[in-house]
Design a protein around this ligand. Structure first.
Ligand code: DC
Length: 227
């Protein structure tokens, strides 16, 4: 059977990665969380005090960054590695969340990440989620899904996730971070978050993960069986 590329874009914390991961597992496709790559880059910049306003510093830093994913059998998903160190936990912390959108506005950073993402899709059979996957990374993807959910639902989900990890963050802080990231992500000059014209919209505010997966699987199978 022919393999396709599935591009999933949407706002922060609207369940894109969950859907992409489930679709990948069902179809036996590679799943790539492109946001994890931007998060790992932001982490490196923080650790090394890189001034993102100085192109020379950014260029030099990117030369020293090696990104890779490795499957974690226990979790059933891939962990992000930065220079061969597992940073999966660290990249989800607030320090990174508060910086990653600014780091990912940089052309140097986007060129670096997009080139690697495109390489991963050469053999197809891939589900990638992010902000510009259907518009910039894989503009010819056979299936593009734009996921949305109301801001209140997204805050609730993200808050629960962070509390489960023992964070003592307030809902207010979570909401501010999400809104700020959404604003930066959708207004930046290069690769802004935007619904591709040929994307199918999936609003999951009032449906379960299982229902969301069923809808997306139906879309994917219809395309896979028609090519
Ligand atoms: O999906 P996420 O929330 O983990 O992504 C973190 C940040 O990375 C997000 O605020 C914007 C950036 N990002 C991006 O610019 N382009 C992508 N394809 C994916 C993420």
């Amino acid at each position: 059977m022919k393999k396709i590329i599935i591009a999933i874009d949407g706002f922060s914390s609207c369940g894109k990665s969950t859907l992409a991961k489930q679709l990948g597992a069902k179809l036996n496709y590679i799943f790539v969380d492109s946001g994890a790559m931007y998060r790992a880059i932001a982490l490196y910049f923080l650790q090394n005090n890189i001034d993102i306003n100085k192109d020379i510093q950014v260029t030099e830093a990117l030369k020293n960054i090696q990104l890779s994913f490795a499957f974690n059998n226990e979790k059933g998903s891939s962990d992000m590695f930065l220079n061969n160190i597992n940073v999966e936990e660290q990249i989800r912390e607030m320090a990174v969340s508060n910086n990653v959108s600014k780091v990912s506005t940089l052309k140097l950073v986007r060129d670096f990440a997009v080139a690697q993402q495109q390489q991963m899709g050469i053999a197809k059979g891939i589900v990638m989620d992010g902000r510009d996957v259907g518009t910039v990374v894989f503009p010819t993807a056979e299936l593009k899904i734009f996921v949305t959910a109301s801001i209140d639902v997204r805050v609730e989900r993200r808050y629960k996730e962070l509390i489960e990890k023992n964070s003592n963050i307030s809902k207010e802080e979570v909401k501010n971070n999400l809104q700020e990231r959404d604003y930066i992500d959708s207004t930046r000059a290069i690769g802004p978050l935007k619904q591709a014209e040929d994307a199918k919209v999936l609003d999951n505010s009032h449906i379960s993960r299982e229902e969301q997966l069923a809808i997306a699987l139906q879309w994917a199978n219809a395309i896979i069986h028609s090519i």
